[in-house]
Design a binder for this molecule. Structure first.
Ligand code: AMP
Length: 449
């Protein structure tokens, strides 16, 4: 049976009310396919990425199950555990728990590293219906005996492939080893590298498999463009592009933290409000940047791939790839930040000669050529980085590789490590996991359609 309205799902009135409060009447495909099975207590293998509505797909049935049981959590015990790789995702999932559970009296909390543990410990000691956590901090607190899982009945492993990329998979295994064997388990992953397939086979008991493929449909709705421009000129091109007032809310992606900072500084110096989020920023600074962006006080958010994962901001008008990701699938994740919730969006990629191999990989993945866009007319032709950008254009724009640039030759696979065209000074930053995204498996389950 195909579900086309939330009201057709056997969800409690409190949850129906919360959905109505959010203005949601139609389940997304993953919600329609997963929720009925989850309400029956089945395990689930969800092949889905952020942006598909997967958070509600697992949160609603968990809330229902715990509310139906109606037993208060014991001190120090957790009834449902949701593990997710990043602080941002953890906070967003906890927000969803709060929103969807607004009319229920369930206790929930979120824990992650990089902040003091005092309040997290207090929350754990009181006992929780739902705990959202990143693996490192959770393991810390488990080792300090602040939390136990004797009463746990649901376990969600979110973004399993990212856990692997970010080096958290052993922490995850250690945590899983302490959970009761009899439980409902849900595993979500955008891709299925071998290690995740093996883990899923171990963790899941006769799971329902739900696969949603937003990539193709999302990609189709996004106006994609590539501008061929030397690395040294990219920041200037950004300023010129941003002269377009239709660029109201822009996420710019940089492969490195250092690169993100440089772009932010340049934009701010040019009078374009901008903030950076990446792993070297404190949690407070990241939240502040996100809030300013959400509130429209900052027009351009410059992010690294990992820092941007799962950030849920509506109304992104444009995505700018300051540099091309060396893993094609990140491109799909990046441009998918625009065109959310059925809207259209525009993605512009700035491609240096040395990133052409990445562009070819991306085009192979998405199954289409990315149309070339001319340099903005205001952009002067420069071959070397100028300390100060001239106020007036000097020459006609062009998009041929200028003299003095290294050829792209030596990259064969186009995948491993930081790109050759990447800012050399930033390579140290790239070594610091988890920001670098360097272990990402190259395969994807798409594109389809
Ligand atoms: P997620 O993939 O869980 O991060 O969700 C992506 C976005 O879709 C979030 O902004 C959700 O609030 C939103 N969303 C989730 N379910 C629905 C729905 N059924 N209708 C409209 N928006 C939704």
């Amino acid at each position: 049976m195909t579900i086309s309205l939330f009201s057709e799902l056997a969800l409690r009135p409190e949850l129906q009310q919360a959905l109505a409060d959010q203005g949601y009447s139609t389940p997304t495909p993953i919600q329609a396919q997963a929720i009925p099975h989850l309400l029956e207590g089945r395990d689930l293998l969800g092949i889905a990425q952020t942006g598909t509505g997967k958070t509600a797909a697992f949160t609603l049935p968990i809330l229902q199950k715990l509310a139906d049981a109606g037993i208060r959590p014991r001190p120090g015990q957790v009834k449902a555990l949701i593990l997710t790789p990043t602080r941002e995702l953890a906070i967003q999932i906890d927000d969803s728990v709060k929103n969807y559970g607004a009319h229920l009296k369930l206790k929930h909390a979120v824990i992650f590293g990089g902040v003091g543990q005092g309040r997290q410990v207090d929350a754990l000691q009181r006992g929780l219906d739902i705990l959202v956590a990143t693996p490192g901090r959770l393991l810390d607190l488990m080792n300090q005996r602040h939390v136990r899982f004797d009463d746990l009945s649901v376990f969600v492993l979110d973004e399993a492939d990212r856990m692997l990329d970010m080096g958290f998979i052993n922490d995850v295994r250690k945590i899983v080893a302490t959970l009761p064997k009899s439980r409902q388990t849900l595993l979500f992953s955008a891709t299925m590298p071998r290690e995740i397939a093996d883990l899923a086979a171990k963790l899941l008991n006769n799971p329902t498999r739900v696969e949603v493929t937003p990539q193709a449909t999302t990609v189709e709705r996004i106006g994609q463009h590539v501008i061929h421009v030397p690395m040294a000129q990219k920041r200037h091109v950004m300023v010129d592009l941003l002269a377009d007032p239709s660029m109201t809310r822009v996420i710019a992606f940089s492969r490195t933290k250092h690169g993100a900072n440089k772009v932010t500084d340049h934009l701010n110096a040019a009078g374009i409000t901008s903030a950076a989020i990446h792993g070297n920023k404190s949690q407070g600074a990241r939240q502040a940047a996100l809030e300013s962006f959400r509130a429209g006080k900052v027009r351009v958010l410059v992010a690294t791939d990992i820092a941007a994962r799962g950030i849920d901001i509506d109304g992104i008008s444009h995505v700018i790839n300051v540099d091309l990701p060396n893993v094609s699938e990140s491109y799909v994740h990046r441009i998918g930040r625009t065109a959310r919730a059925g809207k259209d969006g525009i993605a512009i990629s700035l491609c240096d000669t040395e990133e052409r191999a990445f562009l070819r990989d991306i085009e192979k993945l998405i199954g289409q050529r990315v149309p070339v866009m001319e340099l903005p007319t205001a952009t002067p032709r420069i071959a070397t980085p100028a300390p100060q950008r001239p106020a007036q254009p000097q020459r006609r724009p062009q998009h041929k590789r200028p003299e003095g640039h290294r050829p792209e030759g030596h990259r064969q696979d186009g995948r491993q490590g930081a790109g050759p065209g990447q800012n050399r000074a930033a390579q140290g930053a790239n070594r610091n996991a988890p920001q670098g995204d360097r272990n990402r498996p190259a395969r994807v389950n798409g594109p389809r359609g």
